[in-house]
Design a protein around this ligand. Sequence first.
Ligand code: SF4
Length: 213
Amino acid sequence: MLNISEIFCSIQGESTYSGLPCIFIRLAGCNLRCDYCDTTYSYESDISLSINDIITKVKEYDPVRLVEITGGEPLLQLEVYQLFDSLHKDGYTILLETNGSISLKDVPDYVIKIVDVKCPGSGEEESFLIKNLEYINEEKDEIKFVLSDNFDYNWAKDFMIKYKLNDYEILLSPVSEKLESQGLAKWIIEDKLPIRMQLQLHKIIWDKDKRGV
Ligand code: SF4
């Protein structure tokens, strides 16, 4: 059984898959407490579902074939590996949104990992497992920095240089209440960084505090 916060279908708001219809499976529980967390409701949940129940729910959204497993932190629940397997056998494209603090060693190669590196503004700066860089595939996985201010921006730049992330798909996104998107855009243009700036599309389309979108 997996502890679930919510399952819903919406428009993918982040990553290079942004804009596509996507089914979100949000698992409950997180080992971090980021200052800007917008899914605090996912920390606890009374909903427990079997893999079969989850797959049945996912199939209600046919013919959507893109699924994101998110949280919370989805890798805290070991049964998530069975969920990867079932979704893969059913032919879904699987995105995994993970906070970077749990080992990615056993995540199957068919799962596309979107891995957060927590910046100082999150309050969880020390959480990233550096060894995880060995398990991030530059051909298909993505690395994300969520920025609260210019200090975070420079910290992310230094991190990219230090760990030679030039060949990876890098996503930089502003915390909407803390950093103006125009400011971030100007810094990126000035520095001519080979990265992708992203805004949380779902928060632009829908009410920013609305759940299940
Ligand atoms: S890792 Fe994600 S879910 Fe967990 S506290 Fe940080 S923002 Fe919230």
